[in-house]
Design a protein around this ligand. Structure first.
Ligand code: ADP
Ligand code: MG
Length: 693
């Protein structure tokens, strides 16, 4: 085990007392553990927000916007929509919406609320995430959805007229869609004074959010003659009842946080009393690696340890395991991404192991590259993670970084996603909603002008915006209709001209899920061999077409998937998304047509969408060094690509991940002359001529 500094035994430390901000309150002695045989109703009444039920309903009644701050697990997400419904906000056919930045959180919140209300999910309580609509337009009264889906709904119903209350949850995450949504909701409020907003979060600078939503003119007495709710937002803080959490730091920085996490879990299991463990790592790869170490290494194979992963995209059955109560005499270890930081509450966690990292998006407008990077978390996140240990009794948090690092190196707060994202999807969405002056839009936090200009430039060269920066007709409007990254949508649009829309739609469906391969822990070799069976010399996109074809020919067989190391669950999803995309394509006038094996046209269609991601091979060093044509950034083909070590001269990538280097994921070989064909303004001929070495 990594060595942890133990605080003086007689005086346990409160979280963050060094900063004077004690976030976790000692529970009042009357509060019970949350375990036991209490009825659902009793459980609901024990949640901290219950005490504030009347106050919340009063504030929502009397204020256009109510800001609610409350610790994770206090009942904001699951209870407030129910209170609103009980108070009549869903009468007369109206709907209560609750948005989440994460898909998994939408699903779990909706199923929990349906369970508490004793109704069938999809009827009175439903949810919508991209490509999955579990609602009933007649019956659904409480609807959970991602903030991205609510933005999409505005394209058909700009004033979101069916909603009486919109609760924007997890606002502290400052996801890109949340920020856009907040800006637009503020506009809607002006047109729909009866609409109520609730902004809720675990930690928010409530004051700055309140001043953003404060549309009361200079105070004219007490709201003058005006009817309707008051325009100045109300702020309510729900006092949590988390228990104290003791913090331990490593004495020396760790070099491998996965191994350090595993040995810490083992040590906790050996030395500490019962109670579940929650480990924060960064993504599926990390999580799989840690689980492999925990379950396969004979030294750490442990009696009574139930090891479970938790990340977005996890199949339903695995999600349920995470939330089901730990059997007596066992200890659950949940290895999670930062989804368990505030979006989900796991009952029974007493120990938290915090790697200090999460996967974050970073966009550089100069190089035009958006990276998914494993980056240090902020102090605010570290605090949230620690708090997860204090749900049921005093807990312990093991930070896999030094105290000195926490105090001196970690930034206080994260940067909002708006300020570190490629803004192409955001710009097209605003344009589609008729917001022309994007620079002048009322953002909760302004994006960088460079990133905005870059986005406008890309959309212009894609033919989506015209010289006046308006959506082109029909291309711009068509692309905006497709609920995908605009580059993927453009590929689908172009495939209409090339006569390969069926293929483009299959590729788009595969690109929109995490992976179609089954990453069997420890079976890398078998996986590589399976990939070879489908591998196409043209690249990953064509390989996906081969896999999909095989899946269909097998009669969508799970057995076939299993034999070929393909994730059956993912393929079913691909098939479903494909059907939805085909319907959308037909609606916007794209003819469904297959090119019957002519892969040249498929590659051209990919190029028409992704030309901005073109790269040229520079040298064979490090398994192939490429440079982006625009920006001259050094990039490499990811080892998971079928083109790894094949190194075609010219390629286009779908996305970049950074670890030790910048790796291109999902790569396809192209002919450089296509670049000037599809995007003459973007690429000049002379740029593409190979440089003499
Ligand atoms: P908040 O939004 O304030 O973080 P939630 O409303 O999500 O809180 O959760 C309140 C409580 O409801 C949790 O502490 C937990 O006890 C219970 N809960 C929420 N979701 C689930 C679930 N899927 N399974 C079991 N219990 C749940
Ligand atoms: Mg919540």
């Amino acid at each position: 085990m990594s060595r942890f500094w133990k605080p003086g035994t007689e005086k346990p430390r409160l979280v963050d007392d060094e900063e004077g901000g004690v976030l976790f309150y000692t529970a009042s002695s009357s509060s019970s553990s949350g375990y036991g045989h209490a009825s659902m109703e009793k459980q609901r009444q024990r949640l901290p927000v219950f005490k504030y039920r009347t106050a919340i309903l009063y504030l929502v009644e009397t204020h256009a916007t109510t800001i609610i701050v409350g610790e994770t697990g206090s009942g904001k997400t699951t209870q407030i929509p129910q209170y609103l419904k009980e108070a009549g906000w869903a009468e007369g056919g109206r709907v209560i919406a609750c948005t989440q930045p994460r898909r998994l959180a939408v699903q779990t919140a909706a199923s929990r609320v349906a369970e508490e209300m004793g109704v069938k999910l999809s009827e009175e309580v439903g949810y919508t995430i991209r490509f999955e609509d579990i609602t009933n337009s007649e019956l659904t009264r409480i609807k959970f959805l991602t903030d991205g889906v609510l933005l999409r709904e505005m394209m058909d119903d700009p004033l979101l007229s069916k909603y009486s209350v919109i609760m924007v949850d997890e606002a502290h995450e400052r996801s890109l869609s949340t920020d856009i949504l907040l800006g637009l909701l503020k506009k809607i409020q002006r047109r729909r004074p009866e609409l109520r907003l609730i902004i809720s979060s675990a930690t928010i600078e409530a004051k700055s959010m309140a001043s953003f939503f404060d549309t009361s003119r200079r105070r004219l007495g007490r709201d003058g003659e005006e009817n309707g709710p008051r325009k100045n937002p109300a702020i309510l803080s729900v006092e949590g009842r988390g228990f104290n959490v003791q913090i331990f730091y490593v004495e020396e920085p760790v070099s491998d946080y996965i191994r350090a996490a595993v040995s810490t879990v083992n040590a906790i299991h050996d030395e500490e009393p019962m109670g579940d463990i929650l480990v924060f790592l960064t993504g599926q790869d990390d999580i799989d690696a840690a689980i492999q170490l925990l379950t396969e290494d004979p030294h750490s194979r442990k009696q009574g340890l139930i090891v479970l992963p938790l990340y977005s995209g996890l199949p339903r059955g695995d999600q349920d395991l995470v939330f089901s109560p730990t059997p007596r005499g066992k200890r659950k270890v949940v290895i999670s991404t930062n989804i368990a930081e505030t979006s989900l509450t796991l009952e029974g966690v007493v120990y938290v192991v915090d790697s200090g990292f999460s996967k974050q998006r970073f966009y550089n407008p100069i190089t035009d590259i958006e990276n998914l990077v494993v980056a240090p978390i902020s102090k605010a996140s570290a605090r949230q993670r620690a708090g997860r240990a204090g749900r049921v009794r005093p807990g312990k948090c093991y930070r896999l970084y030094t105290e000195e690092y926490f105090i001196n190196e970690m930034s206080a707060d994260g940067i909002s996603e708006m300020q570190r994202s490629n803004l192409v999807p955001c710009v097209i969405q605003l344009k589609a909603l008729g917001i022309d002056n994007i620079l002048g839009f009322d953002w909760p936090a302004s994006p960088s002008p460079e990133a905005l200009i870059r986005a406008l430039e890309v959309l212009y060269s894609l033919g989506i915006l015209d010289d006046d920066a308006k959506l082109t007709s029909p291309a711009g409007f068509q692309v905006a209709e497709i609920p995908l990254d605009p580059l993927v949508s453009k590929m689908i649009l172009a495939s209409n001209d090339y006569g390969c829309s069926e293929e483009a739609i299959t590729i788009a469906a595969v690109l929109s899920i995490q992976s179609i391969w089954f990453s069997d822990r420890g079976a890398q070799k078998e996986l590589d061999e399976a990939k070879l069976r489908f591998a196409a010399a043209e690249g990953d996109h064509v390989t996906f077409l081969n896999v999909y074809k095989g899946f269909i020919q097998s009669g969508k067989s799970s057995n076939w998937c299993h034999k070929n190391h393909i994730n059956y669950h993912s393929m079913r999803k691909v098939d479903e998304i494909r059907q939805q995309l085909r319907r959308i394509a037909q609606r916007i006038g794209i003819a469904l047509k297959s090119c019957e094996g002519d892969m040249q046209v498929v590659r051209k269609a990919v190029t028409a969408g992704f030309f901005a991601n073109a790269c040229r091979l520079e040298s064979f060093s490090h398994n192939g060094l490429y440079k982006t044509v625009r920006g001259s950034q050094e990039v490499y083909i990811h080892p998971s690509s079928v083109l790894f070590r094949v190194n075609p001269k010219w390629v286009i990538f779908h996305s970049i991940v950074s670890t030790d280097r910048q790796y291109m994921r999902n790569v396809i070989a192209i002919d450089p002359s296509w670049l000037t064909d599809v995007a003459p303004q973007f690429y000049q001929h002379q740029q593409l001529n190979p440089r003499p070495h």
